[in-house]
Design a protein around this ligand. Structure first.
Ligand SMILES: NC(=O)c1ccc[n+]([C@@H]2O[C@H](COP(=O)([O-])OP(=O)(O)OC[C@H]3O[C@@H](n4cnc5c(N)ncnc54)[C@H](OP(=O)(O)O)[C@@H]3O)[C@@H](O)[C@H]2O)c1
Ligand SMILES: *[C@@H]1O[C@H](CO)[C@@H](O)[C@H](O)[C@H]1NC(C)=O
Length: 345
């Protein structure tokens, strides 16, 4: 084999590598960031990784499908992943991230959020639970650790009276140990958040709550933002997608009209409505096409009155409503007349 024979394949390989890089840059979205009250930055949109549940319990991905979704997501520009101990997806999130780190992505460019489950609310259980999450994901720290709910339970799911302020002391301990960079809460109501702000030593940086056109949460969002928290919005598609037990998907003419005006899909309009309210949306998808669709929202912006018009779709509908826990002293939502039976016992 002479040097002339080795030349063309090398040049071709180089050309292919450059083309691949150019294509990656052209197709991947530059992810904006929001500033947290502890000085750190968080990517402005997160990929949800909760796969839902059925009669058998929490749904797990088959053949490590989620792991490759995570890697693909990083390729198209996602930098933030939302998981939780209870989702059973921390492992695959970690594997997907690790695969890209092997290819040169830096850990510091990725933001991982995970959550403390309700059966680990005693102060001394918190750092231990976080260490289990780290072990499951293979990470040596997470960027954000959230208390999933203000309600604590014993292992048998009987009500534990442990105060969420005691749990918060455990969150502060984990923060001090360096296992997590930022701490926050999820599913707290305004009263609970107010007390937490009054009594915390390390202030919460984030409030994660359900937000979508049927539940815009304008008052809780402005309260949290006025107190310096970043709000993350879960279940962003609301009634647009079919959900277990909910009526069929809802078509809203406002969304259709805005989609036509901006040349975007209704899903993209809803995500942009959240971003324009300074809320970090957490859309979940495992579909490659929708993965790209949901991140392709940083090249347009809604007008103030258009944000208002989407707000008027409010029907006060919650899709995450664990009414089976409504007798807990720290239940955060309004009680209903016919609570559903608990899937946890
Ligand atoms: N803190 C909490 O208590 C809490 C509670 C609930 C959820 N969360 C977090 O928030 C994330 C998202 O919430 P979610 O899963 O309830 O709801 P979601 O993201 O609003 O909806 C997910 C559904 O929408 C579909 N979908 C995704 N993109 C779409 C698009 N562009 N057009 C049409 N359909 C689309 C998905 O199907 P495909 O996958 O087939 O695309 C899936 O069925 C969760 O994964 C979790 O990380 C947190
Ligand atoms: C927080 O503290 C202020 C000032 O002491 C008090 O007025 C307010 O009621 C407290 N809020 C909650 C929710 O405990």
């Amino acid at each position: 084999m002479n040097s002339r024979a080795a030349g063309p394949p090398l040049a071709a390989m180089l050309r292919a590598a450059i083309l691949l890089l150019a294509w990656r840059l052209a197709t991947s979205v530059e992810m904006p960031k929001v500033k947290l009250n502890d000085g750190r930055e968080m990517p402005a949109l997160a990929l949800g990784t909760y796969l839902g549940f059925n009669e058998q319990g929490i749904i797990h991905s088959e053949n490590h499908q989620l792991r490759s979704v995570i890697s693909q997501a990083i390729d198209v520009g996602y930098r933030h992943f939302d998981t939780a101990a209870i989702y059973g997806t921390e492992g695959e999130v970690g594997e997907g991230v690790a695969a890209k780190i092997k290819e040169g992505v830096r850990r510091s460019d990725i933001f991982v959020t995970t959550k403390l489950w309700n059966t680990h609310h005693k102060r001394e259980q918190v750092a231990v639970a976080l260490q289990q999450s780290l072990k499951a994901s293979g990470l040596d720290y997470v960027d954000l650790y959230l208390m999933h709910w203000p309600m604590g339970f014993n292992d048998d799911y009987s009500v534990s009276k442990v105060d969420y302020m005691e749990t918060w002391r455990g969150m502060e301990d984990a923060h001090k140990l360096g296992l997590v960079k930022s701490i926050g809460v999820s599913n707290f109501n305004q009263e609970q958040l107010g007390r937490l702000l009054n009594e915390s030593r390390v202030h919460p940086s984030v409030l994660q709550i359900e937000v979508h056109p049927q539940l815009p949460q304008t008052s809780l969002v402005s309260y949290a933002q006025s107190r310096g928290l970043v709000v993350m919005g879960y279940s962003p598609f609301g009634a647009m997608v079919s959900r277990f037990g909910a009526p069929p998907p809802k078509k809203e003419s406002v969304l259709k009209e805005l989609a036509e005006k901006y040349g975007k899909s209704e899903a993209q309009i809803v995500l942009r409505w959240l971003v324009d309210r300074n809320i970090v949306p957490i859309p979940k998808t495992v579909n490659p096409k929708r993965l790209e669709e949901n991140i392709n929202i940083f090249d347009f912006k809604l007008e103030k009155d258009e944000i208002q018009r989407v707000n008027t779709l409010d029907t006060n509908t919650r899709f995450t409503l664990p009414s089976f826990w409504q007798n807990h002293p720290y239940y955060p939502f309004d009680k209903v007349d016919n609570p559903i039976p608990s899937p946890f016992v």
